[in-house]
Design a protein. Sequence first.
Length: 160
Amino acid sequence: MPKAPLLFRPALGSPLHLAVLLCSFALAAYAGVRLLAGDWFGVALWVVGAALLHDLVLVPLYSAADRTVLKTLGAAGWRERAGYIRVPAALSLLLLLVWFPLISGMMDARYRSATGQSAAGFLPRWLLITAALFGGSALLLAGSVLRARRAAKRRPPAVH
């Protein structure tokens, strides 16, 4: 297989990469045209509103929360273990964001009319998933701490 011209190598890697990228843009354009065919103003308003809500409200909130976690863990000397809190918190918040209308009960009547089932189970399930995420993370942290302690005990003392 011949090498890609130098123009393609730094940014795209290969002509195959360029072809896949162009196909994905074509698919996204097709989906955008189909999505905007009905109520283009409502969709555009929703997208702009979501971007503004994310950038002006959510980013400062989770940045402040992350700084607080890092500051607290840094004071305890565990700053490098922030991922054990970040990952389950991010996954739990993502699930909350996606399923909020059903978790909060705001769409219970609509959900019941569409599916014939109650949305009452979404809050307990989300809480259980959140507990499992943090519990699993705590177990992984405990394992990491135990491995570090065992490795420190096996290490011979430094000779000066």
